[in-house]
Write a protein that binds this ligand. Structure first.
Ligand code: ATP
Ligand code: MG
Length: 282
């Protein structure tokens, strides 16, 4: 499913002294099956933007269409079947007494028979790498990483065509981060779903996204392939972001190894480039 966001603006608490323009004339197109990363410093409007995709927020101005159909005119139930959002804070998504009930929640709300719901719950819990034993536990006994996985399982169970993950790795330790991100990457490769990943973290976005949208103060500051976006270190810094650490490393290395290419975003690319510059390999 393709998404078209046209001249989208959103104002919180419009008409009050607390009025806040959170999004200002956003235009983004996302193709079917694409993996798009949304990055930006805190308060830049990332969460506000993605909450429009399944009708949680309604545009103050502009329009969002999915496969050509305006989402504001869509039946919310239908829309939530198509677009699944894993929230920034999994605690906001998990509220039932057991993991089973949480993962089944949306399915039962859609009116799915218990048997089919149960089949999907088990399949999606397994798909996120959890053991079925977790189903009987309370979501509140889970670790941070397990909570994220359960929240993702609840969204996968709905079999959406578009999945939005809002900071899915925030607050996890390095192993938890790489597990979750590895899972998301595998999901994209195997399922061909359209994935939108919101993150503060350059390294994560670089590893996964095919296209990056950089948000700044409610607007799109830069958009393009990771290489084109992240190698523009000056512009990133102007808006309070930074390129991946390894990119800075390559810039420093160039002082002593002038032939090295600094247009590098990952450690693996750096390794290849350095070996090449040293004449160890081509
Ligand atoms: N419910 C709300 N009421 C009023 N203002 C809000 C509300 N939610 C967000 N805002 C404001 O809207 C702006 C955008 O917030 P948003 O949560 O979309 O940013 P974000 O990029 O997701 O930030 P973070 O990286 O911290 O998650 C911020 O200035 C924020 O203070
Ligand atoms: Mg946010």
């Amino acid at each position: 499913m393709s998404i078209r966001i046209e001249n989208l603006s959103y104002v919180y608490m419009k008409g009050t002294p607390y009025e806040k323009i959170a999004l200002n004339n956003i235009n983004i197109n996302i193709n079917k099956g694409e993996f798009v990363g949304i990055i930006g410093h805190t308060g830049s409007g990332k969460t506000t933007l993605v909450q429009h995709l399944n009708g949680l927020l309604k545009p103050s101005a502009g329009k969002i269409s999915i496969d050509g159909r305006d989402v504001t005119g869509e039946n919310i139930k239908e829309l939530r079947k198509q677009v699944g959002i894993v929230f920034q804070y999994p605690e906001h998504q998990l509220f039932e007494e057991t993991v089973y009930k949480d993962v089944a929640y949306g399915l039962l709300k859609q009116g799915l028979p218990e048997e089919e719901a149960s089949r999907r719950v088990i399949a999606s819990v397994r798909a996120v790498g959890l053991n079925e034993e977790i189903l009987a536990k309370s979501p509140f006994e889970l670790s941070g990483g397990q909570k994220r996985r359960v929240a993702i399982a609840g969204v996968l169970a709905m079999e959406p065509e578009i999945i939005v993950l809002d900071e899915p790795a925030a607050g996890l330790d390095p192993k938890g981060r790489s597990d979750i991100l590895g899972f998301i990457s595998k999901l994209h490769k195997e399922s061909g779903l359209t994935i939108i990943l919101v993150s503060h973290n350059m390294e994560d976005i670089v590893k996964l996204a095919e296209r990056v949208v950089v948000m700044n103060k409610g607007s799109v500051a830069i958009e393009g392939k990771p290489k084109d976006v992240f190698c523009n270190t000056q512009l990133l810094e102007e808006i309070g972001l930074s390129a991946p650490q390894v990119t800075y490393f390559m810039h420093k290395l160039k002082d002593v190894l002038p032939s090295v290419n600094t247009n590098i975003l990952t450690v693996d690319e750096a390794k290849t480039e350095i070996l090449k510059a040293l004449g160890v390999c081509k």
